[in-house]
Write a protein that binds this ligand. Structure first.
Ligand SMILES: Nc1ncnc2c1ncn2[C@@H]1O[C@H](COP(=O)(O)OP(=O)(O)OP(=O)(O)O)[C@@H](O)[C@H]1O
Ligand SMILES: [Mg+2]
Length: 252
């Protein structure tokens, strides 16, 4: 049965999509059958995997609108062990419609039931808001992985996320676990040192060993529509995501 992990924090630009794409690809490199699902209406994962709109036959909006079965929205990628469901939402208007259809909190969980056994891991790239879409993702998940942009993290966003997790556990998903907190765009500096210390005061037990360094190659690979392990596997960024995959594979 596939383990479902949401990449989630209510803060923009902290590396959620980069982590979702590169972690999924790294799990796939290790021959774990993996499905990446993009539920962020802005659909950045598709770009990072080289999917142009003409290559998308159906996506997560059909799943939420119940117009197509989830298997119809699954796309093969250039990696044998990696499949992908894109978020095929392009306008704000559609995004509103999309959010409306997620008022039902269990649509994604129910849809995943039919395909969960085909995968070892299912990774969900969440939007930076705690909306109906995120509720659907966390309701369908076994755990969540929280990326924190080093030096710019906000304790407020983390506190809000942890309150939200408590709400989810009471209302929709009592068994939701925390996979861990991972530092992204990590650079040794005084600010990093201070923010690490501050974070550890409250959330030390969740911090993963792997940190993702700042690497322009992660950004560059996106322009070529590839995860970094297919672009420059020997780079520090690619190796750190392979290490993250390894750490998560060793988590229960
Ligand atoms: N480790 C890294 N080193 C350098 N740049 C990075 C790293 N991780 C992510 N970035 C870059 O930072 C920007 C934001 O990353 P990303 O899109 O993954 O964040 P996000 O949390 O998904 O944002 P949003 O909330 O808008 O969906 C992107 O340009 C990405 O290429
Ligand atoms: Mg994103």
């Amino acid at each position: 049965m596939g383990k479902v992990i949401s990449i989630c924090i209510p803060k923009g630009g902290v590396g959620k999509t980069t982590t979702a794409v590169n972690l999924s690809a790294s799990l796939a490199v290790a021959e774990n059958k993996t499905l990446l699902i993009d539920v962020d209406p802005y659909g950045a994962s598709a770009v990072a995997l080289g999917f142009t709109p003409d290559k998308i036959k159906a996506g997560i909006s059909e799943v939420f609108n119940l117009t197509k079965s989830i298997s119809f929205a699954i796309h093969k990628t250039e990696m044998e062990y990696l499949d992908f469901i894109p978020a095929n939402i392009s306008s704000l208007n559609l995004e509103e419609k999309f959010s409306k259809s997620t008022e039902n909190r269990v649509i994604l969980r129910n849809s995943l039931r039919n395909i969960k056994s085909n995968y070892k891991y299912i990774i969900i790239d969440c939007p930076p808001v705690l909306s109906g879409i995120t509720t659907n993702a966390l309701t369908a998940s076994d755990s969540l992985l929280i990326p924190i942009k080093c030096g710019h993290f906000s304790l407020d966003a983390l506190d809000r996320l942890f309150n939200y997790i408590s709400w989810i556990k009471i209302n929709t998903n009592p068994s939701l676990k925390i996979e861990g907190i991972v530092f992204t765009m990590y650079e040794k500096s005084k600010v990093t040192e201070i923010s690490e210390r501050e974070l550890k005061l409250k959330y030390k037990e969740y911090l993963l060993n792997t940190v993702i360094p700042t690497s322009n190659l992660l950004n560059e690979a996106t322009f070529y529509g590839k995860p970094l392990c297919l672009y420059k596997i020997n780079s520090e960024g690619a190796i750190s995501y392979l290490n993250l995959a390894h750490e998560i594979m060793n988590n229960k």
